[in-house]
Design a protein around this ligand. Sequence first.
Ligand code: ADP
Length: 452
Amino acid sequence: MFLPMPMAFKRVLIANRGEIALRILRTLRDLGIEAAIIHGREDRLSLPVRLADVAYEIVRTNPLDSYLDIEAVVQAAKDLECDAVHPGYGFLAENAAFVHRLEEEGITFIGPAAEVITLLGDKIEARAAMEAAGLPTAKGSSEPISEASVAASLADDIGYPVIIKAAAGGGGIGMQIVNAADEFEGALRLCQSRAKSAFGDDRVFVEKYIQGAQHVEFQVLADGKKAIHFGERFCSIQRRHQKLVEEGPWLTDEKRAEIGALVCAGAESVGYKGLATFEFLRDANGDFYFLEVNPRVQVEHTVTELITGHNLVELGIRVAQGEALPLAQEDITWRGHAIQCRLNAEDPKQFIPSPGRLWDCHFPSGFGIRCDTHAHPGYEMPGCFDSLLAKLLTWGHDREDAVRRMRTALDETVITGVEHLIPLHRRIMDEEDFIARDITIRYIEEHPDLLG
Ligand code: ADP
């Protein structure tokens, strides 16, 4: 029987910036693949651009457009004769139209197929697909809802409170919590109008609001046929539904195996290829409710790398090259505990971005410490992009050991010139509920003292 040989990539275009661009570049080097990169005006002197084998400037009036202009990025990949494009996270990573265009040009997208991205990008469709694959979901509507009376009768069935969410949603935008029937009229309109302006799609749906929830997510890798999982990350410490601290492992071996088997079945049911994260809420009883699938590498993939010892970015690239999964589920084991603090350039009280020049910076290293950053002394932190400056991770034999090492690592870190979250993270590492693992998604709201 003829088996097609995997096509080794010679040159890959990184369609991203910042720490993730550097993260991808390093792995391309490890694999002997040339690294090409696009960049806007603000990033022309950035570390990933300077280290890349070849860089391609896309100048736009709005700096974000340098990374969002589909035709310009496709043209860059063609001009630079790249075999594949790595989207990282954000920007075009979940844009099915972009993936289509690459498919038309015969350039590999390092991630799932366009139709899988389309399916998973629609929360109503994704919920239905995952429910069919056996994943637990919160009770809710299987169709978009636009009438307050329909929403109210559904809420009578499932019980209050409920949450209204955008089908095309992301970043927590538009979500409305509803406690009584007479709130639906206003809440529905508000969620619809926010969804329309953020996503160009005003379809919204209703689901049970999970009280006292924790955010737990599973890391998956699939080759289009088979999927394996790398266990869970706990990401409940959030501001405005965005994660600040991530750690793992969190669950018992039995629970990990149970939910892990379900997420693999879910990924296989849609022919998933590449890295994916399955996000869940876990209620006070320990029951799981599927939230969404993120069809790309995530900021916090690093936590999983430290506890499993596998290079996830490398595995994602190899699968995109056409290799079958190089690991079996039994090959994945977990050792010790890892924590990641996102060192954003923001003020640690209100989380307002703090762009500017880094007059000085020093990032820690040493046993059990990893720091992924594109920052260096003299780096000009732009105000127009995400405020993530560095990801500081520690590994320990157990959680206590990892927390102790994180305190030491935070104390050693120096960032001068912009405001940053180190003071907040340092307080969290000493906070009683954090230490006792008594954490829900309302942790920051419920601990205002941490904001200094
Ligand atoms: P987005 O794609 O906009 O980030 P998600 O569905 O992933 O939306 O949810 C983001 C966050 O919103 C969750 O981590 C949680 O804090 C909150 N959330 C979403 N759905 C619910 C729910 N049913 N009950 C309670 N909180 C929820």
